[in-house]
Design a protein. Sequence first.
Length: 655
Amino acid sequence: MKIWKKINKIGLNLSDYCLFILALLIIYSAVIYYIYALNWLSIVIIILLTSISFSMLYRHLFKSENSQGSSQESGPQAQINNKFPFWQCGLYLVYLAFWMINIYLLYANQSSRALISPWQVVNNNFFYVYILSSLALVFTLVQKRVPATAKLLLLSLHYFLSFSVALIVYKIGYGFDPFIHTATMELIDKKGLVAPKPLYYLGEYGLLVTLHKLTGASLYILNKFLVPVLAAVFLPRAIVNLLHKNNLNSSRFLTTLFILILTFSPFIVTTPQNLSYLFLILSVLFGLTKKNSLWSLILALATLAIHPLTGIPAIGWWLALVLFKNKDILKNTNYSLLKYSLFTVNALLLPLALFLGGGGNLKNISWNFSLIYEPIKKLFIGANSAGQENWLYNFVYFFFYNYPLCLTLVIILSLFWFYKRFREKSYSSLIFINLSLIIAYIFSSLIIFVDLINYEQASFASRLLIIITIFFFPFVVVSLQNIIELIEAQNIFLKTIWLIFALTLLATALYISYPRYDVYFNSRGYSTSQDDIEAVKTIQKNSLGPYIVLANQQVSVAALKELGFDNYFKTQNGQIFFYPIPTGGDLYQYYLDMVYKKPSQETMAQARSLTGVSESYLIINKYWYQSGRVINEAKLRANSWQSINNEVYIFKYLP
């Protein structure tokens, strides 16, 4: 069995090596890109700096921990013994069979249509098989003789299955932001940089462009898979480590599986914000489990390089962690001064950064407190039953509508339980950082962003609520572990009831983590379709000169995907892309006037006058609100029109 032990040890450490290298790549690529560019010379420098840093820190971060036995020698690896029944291999095969059936069902239902929800094309069979695969995984995880590496591998596969529904089903792509970021990275890859260089997103851009140049893999594919794959690989290992740290070993793998009940929307699509959430979680978990706080610092710096909104609290967390760990060696006066100074900085730095990012104008501060108490009001307004449909939908939407309240209660109970049972300094630093972030959230809610459309005004402050939840995450994980241990002590009947309930919640969490279109809920946002792409290609092919297009945002990102960013017009309001990007810009307002008022020649003439072109187009998707009225009116006023598969209508306007 020595070979099993060796494989187990390598497998358990390999993810840490990969994570550390990725974090270094993110940090160095962001710095090099900001001060210079991303070309082949930059790539060589990034690889050299990463290699040197890894070599210098390897002994300090890895060998020292392994020699002290902190790298799971006494934990997961201890599960290997000399008896490894052959029948347990059958458990792997059963789970893998269900897993492959699930993946097949997703691929078989891939669609390039305009979808509101992946569940429009993926039927209930997927959920039945998902529950069966989860059940097979439970039976595997409770086996004491199964190596930890094997359990973590199966957990990663299950996490990936849970995170990859949109990734697989949406053939062209899911969401809006990923198209923007991919087009930006393609421009960086082509020219070396995009001016002006912002202080955000650099970490993701640098990492993906570096990987693209080194491997030749498509930026589109790399960006599509990045967050779902990294979350599936690194989160299970980090959660298991947290539970091992707290000597709660018997069911830590089950806890890692059922923590998916919390839902996981940030990990189903790659954006810099979502990637930063992942690295923030890892920074928090590694800060609690690794003896050397340098781990948390490296991951916090990577978070900062990806997105400052998440990175600033990550750095604050690391500073609080170091401060609380060294409380005993600091004088009381010095400790108090540092503690309250750090609290003040953490509370004010993010609002200040958002204020400056919003233009730095005092007129952008509004004393409208609705954004502050709105989340609190939603806790209780949403607390109701779902409706009068079948029991399954009632259960799903009872969970959905009451989720914020349930999560809040779980966090409060977890904090109370910790107060009674644990007094660890590192966990105290989590509460400390969150108290400062709550104040930061209140101040941030008062800032108005003049360049954002009304319904996006609260988006920045609301992300702070997600960050606050992330800092409470370890309390919830350990509390769930204790609940599972209590259930394991019950008789077989009660354990079976709890298992059925937990599996149902897993499937429910999977369902509500993605956009939905059913009798209770309409997520409304459509995906970019092949018809959108064909419309973009048709206009590009038939246009006689420079032109503008008024269309919704999914058609606009189709233009980005096909034509890139090299299509701007200089106007008195600055440079304007020839499709309405961003929403809230001048062209998008003209588009709204065309669809909500009337598709008139006068409105289109104003849009042409803004950009100085003589050729313009209006694109109407059949799914758009009141599309029939708009299409009929546009047919009367436009110079010419055509349709793409009777789904997308193109109207041409000339002077």
